[in-house]
Design a protein around this ligand. Structure first.
Ligand SMILES: *Cc1c(COP(=O)(O)O)cnc(C)c1O
Length: 481
């Protein structure tokens, strides 16, 4: 049976109303458990209900579930801005080492190896970003943004400049930038792009004032375009006393080649789950370390790790004017291990090679597809336009061709945007397969597109309703529901 046939049969299976039932929906049996626990009776139980299953049934249940989903281990995942790269399994092995399972409450002296890894990761990230100091605590890019903006606020307040109440953000920015600024208590000043898709310097000049706390930028921007005027932009922001924030989600384009710190950025977050390997999407754990220039170091979250003077090699310390703690212990430790292992394995040359191939792959793919790509020259991602087709329908239809679609409808400067980022991990064969899927969908009529996806396990999901009326606990589907 061909791959396509298998996928098709799965879809039929679901259409017939035969979802793979949860284990808790199978026949349950009450089993006695030996109670030799030292805990009080009201904290223990002497029996529990478990599904009655043989090993093959269990293995098949999970295998079937794994076949119903699409993931980075199934095929290409060119979701622009998200940098969905294949995550090498050796990083999982490293994170699964028994010695990685340290209890976070252990004494500093007894976890010197853990602290050394964190210290070296702070150092790696600082050097990659051109930043003087790094905190590893924030658990995601968005959380990193919030920490970065809180640090900026603390810095301005410390300098007696708490009148600064505006954060400037390009229209094309990620939604989290606007949310971060608003959550940080700032008024958002939205910046239009120029005809070429970059920051409009005249508009920036007009937006800057002594009320400016920061300008948030990603570079290359969400169109994949490098902000060529970045040095001038940095000067303009600094001239009015503002700070320049770097959204690190697009770092994959610059890795080992250019550094935000050298461009004049004062503070940045790293989406380590995008740039440095960790499966993400579906809300999986990530980490959003924040790097800062020296002048912002005293405000970073507490604690950080530094080399110790006494008997121990490494110790925790609280920066002088810290904004406080933003996460339990040191952040998402297992994710940080994977980032460390990935960077250490690739080294300087490997990182530079990754960004080169990420840019090459994006440019090759764009050259192979029929859809128009209005803004160039782009780096690690490009934004094609679906033209007269609805980009969301195009995305659904691409699933029927066995590939994951790009990010759609954003940035809004490109009509019916298909924001595509193949990443460095895909081979030419895979990129050709992806291009063939784009081109096949480009030829299809609205009726076909609107009916898609036909061959996936789940068909069109009512996303609006799922967001407005979420079912937060499991219940079995009744007939006709
Ligand atoms: C993914 C992304 C973010 C947010 O990062 P999370 O780690 O998902 O919280 C911010 N900005 C851009 C441009 C992104 O692509």
């Amino acid at each position: 049976m061909s791959d396509e046939q298998v996928r098709y049969d799965q879809a039929r299976y679901v259409e017939d109303g035969q979802y793979e039932p949860l284990l808790s929906e199978k026949d349950l049996t009450r089993v006695d458990v030996d109670d030799d626990s030292p805990l009080p009776d009201d904290l223990t139980r002497d029996s529990l209900e478990l599904p009655e299953l043989s090993e093959p049934e269990l293995a098949r249940h999970y295998t079937r579930l794994s076949q119903m989903i699409y993931g980075i281990d199934t095929g290409p995942y060119p979701l622009g801005s998200c940098t969905m790269k294949y995550n090498p399994k050796f990083t999982e092995d490293v994170a699964a080492l028994p010695s990685a399972g340290v209890h976070p409450d252990r004494s500093e002296e007894s976890v010197q190896g853990t602290l050394e890894l964190l210290y070296r990761l702070q150092d790696y990230l600082g050097r990659i970003g051109g930043m003087d100091a790094v905190t590893l605590q924030p658990p995601a890019g968005a959380a990193g943004e919030f920490v970065g903006i809180r640090v900026a606020t603390a810095y301005h307040e410390h300098n007696g400049e708490d009148h600064r109440d505006e954060v400037i953000i390009p229209e094309s920015a990620h939604g989290t930038n606007f949310a971060t600024a608003a959550l940080g208590g700032y008024d958002v000043v939205s910046l239009p792009s120029d005809d070429e898709g970059r920051v409009d310097l005249e508009a920036l000049e007009a937006a800057l004032s002594e009320d400016t706390a920061a300008l948030m930028l990603t570079n290359p921007n969400t169109l994949g375009l490098f902000e060529r005027d970045i040095t001038e932009i940095a000067e303009m922001v600094h001239d009015v006393g503002g700070l320049l924030y770097y959204d690190g989600a697009n770092l994959n384009a610059l890795l080992g080649r250019a550094r935000p710190g050298d461009m004049g950025f004062d503070v940045m977050h790293y989406n380590v789950h995008k740039t440095f390997a960790t499966p993400h999407g579906g809300g999986g754990p990530g980490a959003g370390p924040v790097g800062v220039a020296e002048k912002l170091e005293p405000f970073l979250p507490a604690p950080r790790v530094r080399e110790a003077e006494g008997d121990a090699d490494y110790e925790l310390f609280d920066p002088e004017h810290t904004i406080g703690k933003v996460h339990g212990y040191q952040g998402n430790w297992l994710v940080l291990i994977k980032a460390f292992a990935y960077i250490a394995r690739l080294g300087d040359e490997g990182l530079a090679d990754a960004s080169a191939k990420a840019v090459l792959n994006a440019n090759y793919l764009a050259s192979q597809i029929g859809y128009d790509v209005p803004y160039e020259p782009f780096h690690h991602e490009f934004v094609a336009s679906a033209g007269d087709q609805d980009a969301a329908d195009v995305a659904k239809r691409m699933l029927d061709y066995g590939v994951h679609p790009p990010t759609t409808k954003w940035p809004e400067i490109v009509p019916e945007a298909l924001m595509t980022e193949p990443t460095e991990v895909e081979s030419k064969d895979t990129l050709d397969r992806l291009a063939a899927a784009f081109d096949a969908v480009a030829e299809e009529d609205d009726e076909t597109l609107e009916a898609a996806p036909e061959r996936t396990t789940a068909r069109r999901i009512d996303q609006t309703n799922a967001a407005r009326d979420p079912q937060l606990s499991w219940h079995t589907l009744e007939d006709g529901e």
